[in-house]
Structure formats: C-alpha cells, structure tokens
Design a protein around this ligand. Structure first.
Ligand code: NI
Length: 274
C-alpha cells in the first residue's frame, strides 16, 4: 500500500469513527449502487476538506506540504471575506481517481485579541515535529478544551470553535456524484439520503451551485458528538458528509475547481444553530 493510500485509509477511519452517519450513508449508497452494478466495490471521493488556523507553524501551506510530498499539486485559491478564510485546492498530478484536497485557514490576524490568544495557545501546543508527517492530518488536538473558551470562539467564528474542539482531522469527505450510476440527479440522491433518516443542510437551498457554475453540491448537517471539556461533557456538532456533481466546461472536460459562494454556505453545515 502506498503512503498516500495508507493516508486516505487512516483519514477515512478517523472521520467515520466520530461521524457514524457518514459511514451509514456511504454503506447505504453502496448497496444502492450494487443493485445496479453488482461488481461495484467502492465509492469515489470527489474531495476531502481540512481546516486550520493561519500561522507559519500550522497554517494551510504546512498541511499542503504533506500532500505536495505525496504527488499533489496546487491548482487554485479562494477567498471567503465574510468568514475571514482563505483556501487552496490541490489535485493529484497523475491520478484523477485520487480525491482532490481542499484546505482552508482562518485569517488569525483579522480576529479579536481574545480569539488570537486561543489560536496562539493551540499553535504552541502542537509539537513541531508532528507538522511534517501525514499523521498530523488526523492527529486531532494536542490541547485540553474549555467549554467557556468554546463559547467565546463561537461568538466570532463557528469555524474557529470547531477547530479548537476537533483539531487536525478531515472536516468532510465528499462523494463524487459523477461516479454513481443509481441516481438520476443530485436531488434524487438528496431524497434518498433523507429517506434513510439523515438531515441535509438547507442554508442557501439544499443544492448549492448550478450547472452554469459547473458544480452542484449538497451536504448533510453535522452530527453531534459528546466532547469532554474541563467543565464537563457537552454535545457539539462534528463533521458533515458532502455530495458533488461536476459538469463539463466548454472544452468538454469536467470542471475540477470549487465555487466560493457555494462553499461559503457549505461551511455552515457545522454551525451549532441548526
Ligand atoms: Ni467540500
């Protein structure tokens, strides 16, 4: 098994270990696919997303370096002004079946001194030697969390609060709709997921994007997990599962980028207010 295959395998295990709904949906869709094509053994991931705080030690480019060393290359960047985020997407240089990688970072300097102090604390707790190996991507957190601090972060950024509680791990995996055979469109897939008892993110409509933008996406709402804080155990939203349908561009090739406006709404799948 290559280092990259091993990495994706461990990331999926980490992700599904505390997002059981994603594993359930994955298996339900696979059963549906097998009814059409019994030889079908797996689902294809469109992309996997990671979050971090902007800093020379743990920022976007530090996470990106791990993927660059495993055959990925930089493709495009994105700005999310309202959420104060910056992101880049990467693709494997030769294997289009490998998931695309989407890494975002919170623009630390644009937040209050209070929030910046928490980010500095997180930054200090991460062992430097950890940041260069693939294990960093599913290392979770190297710090203890306080519910009071979590609440403070929530006031300014849901993203910062999520990062503080969950640390370094995949924020979401995304099923490639284009590689499915048993659903006629994204709405059909959404209806199927809902019929199995899962909730979808309806912020900005269930389907974000359009054929004109060459990308349509939908996602589940993050499931809640119990987290041990210094003050006791509380439930917080963890991660979501995403579905992406890509359309061909004028040159006939499928669009491989992202649509900032749609991603902006998808980020809200981990909001606590749902
Ligand atoms: Ni995504």
């Amino acid at each position: 098994m290559s280092e990259l295959t091993r990495t994706w395998d461990l990331l999926w295990k980490d992700y599904t270990s505390f997002n059981p709904h994603a594993k359930l949906i994955h298996d339900e869709i696979l059963v549906n696919e097998k009814a059409v094509d019994p030889s079908r053994a797996m689902l294809v991931n469109d992309h996997v997303a990671f979050r971090t705080f902007k800093s020379p030690k743990i920022g976007l480019d530090v996470l990106a370096q791990i993927f660059l060393s495993m055959g990925y290359e930089y493709k495009k960047d994105y700005h999310f002004e309202q959420k104060k985020l910056y992101a880049k997407h990467f693709e494997h240089f030769q294997d289009p079946e490998m998931p695309k990688v989407f890494i975002s970072e919170l623009l630390t300097e644009e937040f209050s001194p209070e929030v910046q102090k928490v980010i500095e604390f997180v930054n200090d707790q991460v062992p430097l030697e950890l940041t260069t190996c693939p294990d960093f991507l599913w290392s979770g957190r190297s710090w203890d969390v306080s519910y009071k601090t979590y609440q403070t972060l929530l006031q300014e950024s849901e993203y910062a609060a999520w990062m503080y509680v969950f640390g370094f791990r995949p924020n979401h995996f995304t099923i490639s709709f284009n590689d499915l055979k048993s659903f006629k469109d994204l709405k059909d897939l959404n209806d199927f997921v809902r019929s199995k008892g899962h909730s979808l993110n309806s912020s900005g409509g269930e389907i974000k994007g359009s054929p004109e933008e060459h990308l349509e996406q939908s996602s589940t709402l993050a499931g809640k997990v119990e987290v041990d804080f210094k003050e006791g155990r509380f439930e917080v939203p963890a991660c979501y599962y995403e579905f992406a349908k890509r359309y061909p561009q004028k040159d006939g090739k499928l669009y491989t980028g992202f649509v900032a406006q749609s991603a902006d709404k998808i980020f809200e799948s981990t909001d606590v207010k749902h």
